[in-house]
Design a protein around this ligand. Structure first.
Ligand SMILES: Cc1ncc(C[n+]2csc(CCOP(=O)(O)OP(=O)(O)O)c2C)c(N)n1
Length: 688
């Protein structure tokens, strides 16, 4: 691997550099002051190092923020976003000065933390500290994976760096160790992290909490580490960046001794500069101290603007160079070039789902995790953009693609990722891969440990990222490992994340249908919730609604045989659907006509028309939900007239079938509870 061609930049003379840096500083100061809300300290302290990066190194085109081979820049310390907005404005992105003046206001393109999709040039939503760093690791992984797949001798069409700016808080968060360890292990030499080492967090000095040798820590992870003592020494930062780019074997950490609130006579180097406006008087004193005009506010000197806007010519030249190289690539290797365009545009290959299997009862019983593994194998062989793995549980989660090798420094073309036992970083890395584009990222673990990756899952949903989660061992039915490993509240927890589609298929055929939805969904993440234990395979001849029903979230699997209007509706998900079917037969023997509704996704069901939902769940028909999870939430999914066989404790350690029976997950109990519900309703005294 060789470093990218260095960009031709014309270093500004020191006085102009200083003018540019101060422009960024005071734009941020004025933004925060006008909003009377935000974080001025980090932008004031880090303006010079960010300037060194954006002016001397970063390959970007403000006129085309999505150009595939641009360098990525992630501001992991998202609270310092006034700095990023200032950079985007002065370098010519579509972010007018008026938007800077509307910082943190309703409907502005300058929200309180960077939001992907809202502001041109913002590469990731950041704010929960540590996530952005791991997003950067994911982007750097995507870069080397795509380079391994598409670059050919004489054709380097994927060749960019990923830069991340982190603060103390980013490095204090545990995810920084998870992600830092993976990045070092994978030799991600094109990942370069600038660390705003300002010794201050919200509660005061880092001496209170954060005293380890950060450099030694990252060196131990296998990183190349450098220190710059003078944050305002733009040349020193630029030189460190140049060295970092030359280091191709190891990711780089550049710790720059910055000063929070730099220039503020009373707030520099104090926590007071962190999270509130400086105040009118302190702004005045700071501008005076730094020889900056008091008015107008949001002042951008002409010379500074002219210098910053050289980024436009530089960016379009860099992109034009890439385009001409891509053209040559296209001429020589048209199929590969078309394939590159396809994956970057997130288009699925033709007939991508043609080879997916159907299962018959004779194939069962089969755990849905096993059915999912078979689907992954087929999809993985048809779609080379599928890339993912597990947090050290692949033999259990069935997430391995056998036709591909491991993703490792010796073979970045391998698509099986070993995330190690690092769920939080796994989630954030998957987000980074999705943000980069060109891949369909997926990751798996036991469902109960999805709690460890909730922050990145929330961000995936917020950013509408097409990430797929494979969560197995999905209920108390997983058995012997006991309450620590038996998810209970995780289902409702995930379902409550706006934009997340949760699918808990009932058998192998529903699992195939669930995967179709997962691959086809481009507008957000999908979580597949799968069993450890074998389940009967439902006969597609008897239950022909399965393949289309799953996409509707809930559907009539088996209807009441006699009446149009069933006596009761049994609603079940996942491993409890076959209990509902058996319960229905027991009820029929007693003359009760039950309808069984399989509801693999409450999220998708909620999105259907009122008419459809009313057809499936007619008003005034009693309903019994059977789900091995917390009962919370079901009333909002299906209405108030619902009874439930669920779990409101933590499960128990014993063989799965024993635990299920003890908690009432048997066909007999379904029948009993249905009778009980019907009796109750008969006995309910009328108010009339
Ligand atoms: C996961 C998470 N926890 C807590 C916070 C709230 N928070 C915002 S900034 C910050 C720490 C500030 O210290 P540092 O990271 O050094 O930033 P600086 O003071 O240099 O701006 C905290 C705790 C957060 N954004 N994310």
């Amino acid at each position: 691997m060789t470093p990218s061609a260095t960009l031709e930049t014309i270093a500004a003379p020191p006085a102009l550099d200083e003018l540019c840096v101060n422009t960024l500083r005071f734009l941020a100061v004025d933004m925060v002051q006008k909003a009377n809300s935000g974080h001025p300290g980090l932008p004031m302290g880090s303006a010079s190092m960010a300037y060194a990066l954006w002016d001397r190194s970063l390959k970007f085109n403000p006129r085309d923020p999505h150009w595939p081979d641009r360098d990525r820049f992630v501001l992991s310390a998202g609270h310092g976003c006034a700095l990023l907005y200032a950079l985007l404005h002065v370098t010519g992105f579509d972010l007018p000065l008026d938007e800077l003046k509307r910082f943190r206001q309703w409907g502005s393109r300058t929200p309180g933390h960077p939001e992907y999709g809202k502001t041109p040039g913002v590469e990731a939503t950041t704010g929960p500290l540590g996530q952005g760093l791991a997003n950067g690791v994911g982007m750097a992984i995507a870069e080397v994976a795509l380079a391994a797949r598409f670059n050919r001798p004489g054709h380097k069409i994927v060749d960019h760096f990923t830069y991340v700016l982190v603060s103390d808080g980013d490095l204090e968060e545990g995810i920084s160790s998870e992600a830092g360890s993976i990045a070092g292990h994978q030799h991600l030499g094109k990942l370069i992290v600038l660390y705003a080492d300002n010794h201050i967090t919200i509660e005061g000095s880092t001496e209170l909490t954060f005293t380890e040798d950060r450099m030694a820590r990252f060196a131990a992870f296998g990183w190349h580490v450098q220190r710059v003592e003078q944050s305002n020494d733009v040349e020193a930062v630029a030189n460190a960046l140049a060295k970092a780019r030359e280091e191709t074997e190891r990711p780089s950490l550049i710790a720059v001794r910055t000063h929070i609130g730099f220039g503020s006579p009373h707030k520099q180097d104090t926590a007071a500069a962190h999270g509130e406006a400086l105040g009118v008087e302190e702004v005045r004193l700071t501008k005076l101290a730094m020889d900056w005009p008091l008015s107008p506010t949001f002042y951008i000197p002409d010379e500074a603007l002219e210098h910053f806007q050289r980024a436009l010519a530089r960016g379009s030249a860099a992109q034009a160079d890439w385009k001409s190289r891509f053209k040559a690539f296209e001429q020589e290797l048209p199929d590969l070039a078309a394939e590159f365009n396809r994956v970057i545009d997130s288009q699925l290959p033709k007939d991508w789902d043609a080879g997916l299997p159907s299962f018959a009862p004779s194939d069962g019983p089969m755990a849905t995790r096993v059915a999912s593994g078979k689907v992954i194998e087929i999809l993985g062989s048809r779609m080379p953009e599928m890339m993912g793995g597990s947090a050290d549980l692949a033999p259990s989660t069935h997430t391995h693609i056998d036709v591909s090798g491991n993703f490792e420094p010796e073979d970045w073309a391998g698509r099986n990722m070993h995330f190690g036992i690092r769920e939080n970083a796994m989630g954030a890395i998957l987000n980074g891969m999705a943000l980069h584009r060109g891949l369909i990222p997926y990751g798996g673990t036991f469902f109960v440990f999805s709690d460890y990756m909730r922050p990145p899952m929330r961000l995936a949903a917020m950013n509408a990222l097409p990430v797929i989660y494979i969560f197995t061992h999905d209920s108390i039915g997983m058995g012997e490992d006991g309450p620590t490993h038996q998810p209970v509240e995780q289902l409702i927890g995930l379902r409550s994340i706006p934009g997340m589609v949760v699918l808990r298929p009932a058998d192998a055929n529903e699992t195939v249908a669930a995967w179709r939805i997962a691959i086809g969904r481009k507008e957000g993440p999908v979580a597949l919730i799968l069993t450890r234990q074998g389940l009967p395979v439902m006969d597609l001849n008897l239950y022909p609604a399965i393949p289309t029903g799953v996409a509707l979230g809930g559907y009539i699997l088996a209807d009441s045989p006699v009446t149009e209007r069933p006596d009761i509706v049994l609603i079940a998900t996942g491993s409890e659907v076959h209990l509902a079917l058996q319960g229905r037969e027991l009820l029929a023997a007693g003359g009760i006509h039950a309808r069984v509704v399989s509801m693999p996704s409450t999220n998708l069901f909620a999105a259907q028309s009122d008419q459809y939902r009313e057809k499936v769940l007619p008003a005034h028909v009693p309903m019994l939900v059977i789900e091995a999870g917390s009962p919370v939430g079901w009333q909002s999914f299906v209405g108030p007239r619902v009874a439930m066989i669920g779990i409101d404790t933590f499960g128990s350690s014993a063989p799965g079938p024993v635990v299920m029976e003890h908690y009432g997950f048997t066909a007999e109990n379904v029948c009993r509870q249905a009778h009980h519900l019907l009796d109750q309703q008969k006995e309910t005294p009328s108010c009339a």
